[in-house]
Write a protein that binds this ligand. Structure first.
Ligand SMILES: Nc1nc2c(ncn2[C@@H]2O[C@H](COP(=O)(O)OP(=O)(O)OP(=O)(O)O)[C@@H](O)[C@H]2O)c(=O)[nH]1
Ligand SMILES: C=C(OP(=O)(O)O)C(=O)O
Length: 217
């Protein structure tokens, strides 16, 4: 069964605060927002190309970022635009889940972080295949966070993202997937994470951005 993915995106100027100035890239607000948007663009390019993925829905509140990501073929929704503001990352995921389940109550719904710039479509597809319709997740490379959470078909996603989410997802009965999938586990929170993703092979948006000068304002 194909999976519908929600990709949550905090406004790029506010998100990924620990990345400011990473790899020598300017810490200026606009330069930083461009870097965060590039990470999301590479994530979405891979997610929309992955076999087994049916819909990719970005949930966020920054109109410019949502417009840019729509250009890449993702669906987008304003997390504050439907009169239901649940707040925070898990709240945004619930907004997305409701929309996807309204369209197909039996959908297998997943949440994919927007900071996976080295993501390979084949590794995402392999994770969906290993999950096989179970509620399951991939922990990040450190083993503490979560990069992908999948629901069982027609079952609630019940996201518990946040500090220590890998333990929280295990405690809530989600199956930790065993596949290696380094690109799927390589989320980028810190400069060290970005260097790790660079060694795995960054997608075209992040590669291009880091190769050009951003002039701080
Ligand atoms: N829509 C939405 N997405 C969020 C929100 N908070 C975090 N996210 C997204 O959730 C994913 C994981 O978030 P974190 O890694 O905690 O990101 P962050 O808050 O941008 O990073 P830090 O500033 O380093 O804590 C990323 O894709 C974020 O863009 C939120 O309030 N709303
Ligand atoms: C919110 C999370 O992301 P991060 O660890 O990247 O902050 C999480 O892993 O649950």
């Amino acid at each position: 069964m194909a999976t519908d993915l929600i990709v949550p995106l905090k406004p790029p100027h506010a998100g990924k605060s620990r990345l400011r100035g990473a790899l020598g890239y300017p810490a200026d607000a606009e330069c930083h927002a461009a870097l965060v948007l590039a990470l999301a663009s590479d994530t979405l390019r891979a997610a929309t190309a992955a076999p087994g993925v049916r819909r990719v829905l970005v949930v966020g509140s920054d109109p410019e970022a949502l417009a840019a990501l729509r250009e890449l073929g993702a669906e987008v929704v304003d997390e504050q635009g439907n009169g239901e503001v649940l707040g925070g990352l898990n709240g945004a995921l619930l907004v997305g889940e409701r929309l996807l389940r309204a369209a197909d109550p039996l959908a297998a719904v997943g949440a994919l972080q927007a900071d996976l710039p080295a993501l390979r479509p084949g590794e995402l597809a392999a994770a969906l295949a290993e999950a096989g319709g179970r509620r399951a997740f991939t922990a990040d490379r450190h083993g503490t966070g979560t990069t992908l959470l999948l629901s069982g078909a027609g079952q609630p996603l019940a996201p518990r993202f946040g500090e220590g989410s890998a333990s929280a997802h295990t405690a809530s009965g989600a199956v930790p997937l065993a596949l290696k999938a380094p690109s799927l586990r390589g989320d980028v929170d810190t400069p060290e994470d970005l260097e790790h993703a660079r060694l795995l092979g960054l997608g075209p948006s992040t590669t291009a951005l880091l190769g050009t000068a951003c002039v701080p304002h």
